[in-house]
Design a protein around this ligand. Structure first.
Ligand code: IPE
Ligand code: IPE
Ligand code: MG
Length: 242
């Protein structure tokens, strides 16, 4: 049974398996991406009802730019079409984007940034869309920013701490995810939130993303709740709150 008092604050998801889901039904990959949007709506609204504060969705990776141009264009168009500001407002959901937005077509970037601005005061769930995102890109950008600060004399190398780095990552407005879910059966991280997932609980399921529903999320959350998070300590220390 799910304990509603012990839910993670932040869930990160690698939404994988759209293409294989479509192929299994003899359809085009784009059909799977379309169905993936419905799963996003379902899971966002469920997380919002559960009172989860942050949901970070891996929507398009830096490496995904290498896909065939028509698939990339269709994914960008889908991103544009699926952003319904009205729904964000109705559900009090705030949108944030992390990723290399300069690579995104102008019409998509402008509509996303408008939606980010217009939902910035919402106080419910924050839906974080990782778009044109990869963790190594993010860390590289952060290192450049810090190097510039050092070169300008504003920061001493010895003053760079783990906190300094975390504060300069694109995810600096939220806590690290307690739970990382990957759908679609692959057992890898694919360049996602490498710094932030240092101590996340990992959950992998064979379910393809378009089939991922409230029940599937409950199973992931129950599994998460069954784990003992030790952070390097012994089980005895954790049980005695030391
Ligand atoms: C995830 O599904 C969506 C994106 C990466 C954009 P895929 O498109 O990777 O689906 P599979 O893994 O080929 O089934
Ligand atoms: C990871 O899925 C990226 C997203 C879900 C957006 P991929 O399907 O691109 O991952 P790999 O390439 O199989 O690792
Ligand atoms: Mg995939």
């Amino acid at each position: 049974m799910l304990d509603k008092n012990r839910l993670p604050q932040h869930i990160a998801i690698i939404m994988d398996g759209n293409g294989r889901w479509a192929k299994a039904q003899g359809r085009e990959r784009s059909w799977g991406h379309q169905a993936g949007v419905e799963a996003v709506d379902r899971i966002t609204s469920y997380c919002s009802n559960l009172g989860i504060k942050y949901l970070t969705l891996y929507t398009f990776s830096t490496e995904n730019w290498k896909r065939p141009a028509p698939e990339v264009a269709a994914l960008m168009q889908l991103m544009f079409e699926s952003l319904e500001e009205e729904t964000f407002m109705k559900n009090n959901v705030r949108l944030r984007i992390i990723g290399d937005v300069d690579r995104i077509p102008d019409y998509v970037r402008e509509s996303i940034q408008r939606c980010e601005r217009n939902t910035s005061k919402n106080t419910g769930l924050t839906m974080v869309v990782a778009l044109s995102y990869s963790s190594r890109w993010e860390i590289t950008e952060t290192m450049r920013d810090l190097a510039r600060e050092v070169a300008a004399g504003n920061l001493k190398p010895e003053d760079i701490t783990e906190e300094t780095i975390a504060k300069n990552l694109r995810t600096n407005f939220m806590p690290d995810p307690e739970l990382l879910i990957r759908t679609g059966g692959e057992l890898r991280i694919s360049n996602y939130l490498l710094w932030q997932c240092a101590y996340s609980e990992l959950y992998f399921t064979d379910t393809f993303w378009p089939d991922f529903d409230e029940h599937a999320l409950d199973l992931a959350l129950e599994d998460y709740q069954s784990r003992e998070r030790r952070f390097g300590k012994t089980s005895e220390q954790v049980q005695n709150n030391q």
